[in-house]
Design a protein around this ligand. Structure first.
Ligand code: B1M
Length: 408
């Protein structure tokens, strides 16, 4: 971690004008600086200003104090505005609130080509002006540094110029300077927009979409989070699942009824559809086959689907028997799989799990297949009582459990 110079309030005062300093203090105290983060020697944040979209502000510190700044607000060129002051005061008073982030280039290098295409497509939808940036020549690794020579080859000296006039050293210097500056600006712009897209994540909108049963919203917000490079597990655990938990709470307190719960389930499924390809790796040789189903009498299938996605992600082939599955269907599937996963969400349908195990025993195939059970009301003790091989409280541990039982 790079050591940053010790800032003082007088450094910040000297960096800005007195009016902005006073207003920046007010912004700092009112908590206008959000998502503060540090990337090397650059401090970044979004700052709530007078427009609905927060401004994007960043300050780079150098050995002598504040080296450069920028803010997307109308007066933010050079970063001497009140938003920059609020950011600097946050760094001065509450450095612990800054998260350290990886630089954009490293984060992008980890992405596959397909993921990059999705990110770029979404960025273009939201920032049509970016198309111009994409139309610029793409630098190769060797060229991805400010050009230093062969002006004519680079198109900086026109054919006409070169025919009638050899550029003087100062003209060459100036042209190189202009080109280098443009190059730096392009790079900076590409990197800034990507960074904004990738980091400005907030799952409130996704949670609300699930709670409100807004299928389109859940799809859009999930796509947005994916495009912004959020970890799919994070989208699931911080966006979709908390939304659904809130739905359960509203149902329990009597504010929601079945139709609302059903709509929420559809919104959650829409979000899961977007995440599925990312949660489950594709094109892998199956490491085993697992039959999955929600037991008879129970139509809750979201948790079961999630378990299926995670198992798929771990390389298993899934035989999805669906929901409200009669014991006979599990028995039929038993000869073709190494494990059976039973899900139940209702206390009243838990006994159906025991029926499946009994049926497997009666048919003499119990030892040929592992049985794992799960679902909100199911416990380890219950699993043991009914003679299941394993129990998992959630989808990721279900993968570990199945792998463990099959010795994979
Ligand atoms: Co229903 N419902 N519901 N519901 N519903 C619950 C489950 C309930 C807790 C709501 C409440 O009262 N707070 C309650 C059950 C109470 C109880 O028995 N203890 C309930 C009820 C009562 C009912 C009805 C009876 C209501 C009625 O008709 N009066 C009715 C039953 C219909 C039926 O099945 N016959 C009913 C209907 C429905 C809808 C159809 C509207 C809809 C389901 C739509 C669908 O799934 N396609 C629905 C919903 C959405 C819910 C809640 C709100 C959400 C369930 C969910 O999807 N959670 C739920 C309340 C809640 O959970 N807070 C509720 C998200 C999901 C990711 O979590 O399923 O727990 P979960 O799965 C987790 C883990 O449990 C685990 O991993 C998953 C991921 O981490 N897991 C496994 C699940 N299966 C696993 C298998 C494994 C391993 C882990 O190994 C194989």
């Amino acid at each position: 971690m790079i050591d940053l110079p010790q800032l003082t309030e007088s450094h910040i005062r000297a960096w800005t004008d007195p009016g902005s300093f006073g207003r920046g203090q007010g912004y700092y105290r009112a908590g206008h600086t959000i998502t503060p983060r540090r990337q090397g020697s650059t401090l970044k944040a979004r700052c709530i200003g007078s427009r609905p979209e927060p401004y994007c502000v960043e300050i780079t510190l150098g050995p002598g104090g504040i080296a450069r700044g920028e803010c997307s607000c109308p007066v933010g060129a050079g970063g001497h505005c009140k938003h920059a002051v609020a950011l600097l005061l946050t760094w001065l008073q509450r450095p612990d609130t800054f998260t350290t982030v990886e630089d954009v280039e490293t984060a992008l290098e980890r992405r596959s080509k397909a993921e990059l295409v999705v990110i770029i497509r979404r960025m273009l939808e939201r920032h049509p002006g970016l198309e111009q940036v994409l139309e610029l020549p793409i630098f190769t690794a060797a060229e991805d540094a400010p050009p230093r020579s062969s002006l004519e080859a680079n198109g900086m000296v026109s054919a006409r110029q070169s025919q009638f006039h050899s550029p003087t050293p100062s003209e060459i210097e100036e042209t190189e300077f202009v080109r280098c500056r443009r190059w730096a600006e392009q790079r900076e712009r590409r990197s800034c927009v990507l960074e904004m897209e990738m980091r400005a994540m907030d799952y409130k909108a996704l949670q609300s979409a699930v709670i409100e049963g807004d299928v389109e919203g859940a799809t859009r917000e999930s796509q947005r989070a994916i495009a912004a490079d959020a970890d799919p597990k994070d989208i699931l655990n911080s966006g979709l699942i908390p939304g659904m938990e809130e739905v359960g709470r509203l149902y329990e307190e009597g504010s929601y009824f079945l139709p609302e719960m059903l709509a929420a389930a559809q919104a959650m499924k829409a979000g899961l559809t977007e995440l599925r390809p990312l949660l489950a790796e594709q094109d892998v040789e199956p490491v085993g086959r697992v039959a999955l189903g929600t037991v008879q009498g129970d139509i809750h299938d979201i948790g079961k689907n999630l378990v299926g996605i995670m198992l798929e992600g771990a390389g298993f082939e899934i035989v999805d028997l669906g929901a409200d599955v009669p014991p006979e269907a599990f028995l039929d599937a038993a000869s073709d799989v190494q494990a059976i996963g039973l899900s139940a969400l209702l206390t009243t349908t838990m006994p159906a799990m025991e029926q499946v195990i009994e049926m497997l025993e009666e048919a003499g195939v119990r030892d040929e297949v592992k049985v794992v059970v799960g679902g909100a009301p199911v416990t380890g003790a219950f699993a043991e009582k009914i003679g299941a091989d394993g129990y998992s409280p959630d989808a990721s541990s279900a993968v570990r459990k199945v792998k463990g039982l099959l010795g994979i």
